[in-house]
Design a protein around this ligand. Structure first.
Ligand code: AMP
Ligand code: FE
Ligand code: FE
Ligand code: ZN
Length: 283
């Protein structure tokens, strides 16, 4: 069983549509794929409707959260699996975050334009195609303008990494966890030790999250070193949490391939058994 539980489509900042994504997952030899767009479930229906025979879809989302235990707070991501997308409190919180992201991206375009960079907001919005707008869409606009050669370069400090970066609205992490659980979902902390992405939260927060119902930790992720993977695995064992592995595939916005990291079938089965908001769908 090849199980990849963390991918992005054009419903957020991936480059494959949900339909193309499930096709690519099947072509990559996956048996199970999790669709976890940032703060949205808008890709679920199209992905479900296009499932190739033999592929199982785990509907999910990746929630943009923040821990306020230090100032300024530290950003972190919770993967939410198999929750009820119609549960009103979670749906409202996701809608709030998406709307705020859109305003933030528009203000970042204004900052670029004030410096004489001819980025067009309608074009960026159109590129997001109704999905969650993020810096990757702005990065692609900078690539189109030939101001940078790659999306990664656009994330450098001279561009979206610092100079034109604005803070993002997010969800207080304990609140996010409780919303996921109340919607029948299972929560897994995404890339918890990926210091390459910025500041990371202390182990003590992971202990608190586990006590509040966190179900798993994503250990196998390209942003973790072998030492970080081992540390996450050890913590999961100590706390009785499952361990997952996934690609965090973003299409051509990143270089990682589908199936680059995988989740053990036993961990997957536990996630499915613990969820009550939605079921995996098999094509
Ligand atoms: P945002 O949520 O709008 O701040 O944008 C963050 C998203 O940008 C992440 O979810 C990644 O998909 C993407 N990202 C962050 N850093 C990089 C990078 N160095 N190269 C390419 N994509 C990146
Ligand atoms: Fe992303
Ligand atoms: Fe993430
Ligand atoms: Zn992700």
């Amino acid at each position: 069983m090849r199980i990849d539980l963390h991918t992005h489509s054009t419903a957020s900042d991936g480059t494959l549509t949900p339909v193309e994504l499930v096709g690519a997952a099947s072509a990559a030899g996956l048996d199970v794929v999790g669709l976890t767009d940032h703060d949205t479930t808008s890709g679920w229906a199209a992905a479900t409707g296009a499932l190739p025979a033999g592929l199982t879809l785990v509907p999910g989302a990746e929630l943009s959260c923040r821990w306020h235990g230090v100032a300024p707070g530290i950003a972190l991501h919770l993967l939410a699996y198999l929750f009820d997308p119609a549960e009103p409190r979670l749906a409202a919180e996701l809608a709030r975050v998406r709307l705020a992201r859109e305003r933030r991206a528009e203000r970042m375009v204004e900052l670029l334009r004030a410096d004489g960079i001819d980025v067009s907001w309608p074009e960026v919005l159109a590129d997001a195609a109704g999905g969650t707008v993020g810096r990757p869409h702005l990065a692609r606009a900078l690539v189109r303008l030939e101001l940078v050669t790659t999306v990664s370069e656009a994330f450098g400090p001279a561009w979206l990494g610092e100079r034109y970066r604005l803070p993002k609205e997010d969800i207080e992490v304990m609140h996010g966890l409780s919303l996921i659980r109340a919607a029948g979902g299972v929560a897994v902390f995404a890339h918890p030790r990926a210091s390459v992405r910025g500041r990371i939260v202390p182990d003590s927060l992971i202990v608190e999250l586990a006590a509040a119902g966190l179900f798993g930790l994503e250990a196998e992720h390209e942003d973790h070193t072998p030492q970080q993977r081992a540390h996450v695995r050890a913590m999961a064992a100590d706390l009785g949490l499952v361990v997952t592995g996934s690609s965090d595939f973003h299409g051509s916005n990143k270089t990682v391939a589908l199936g680059a990291n995988l989740t053990d079938p036993a961990a997957y089965e536990k996630i499915v058994a613990a969820a009550s908001g939605a079921d995996p769908v098999t094509g």
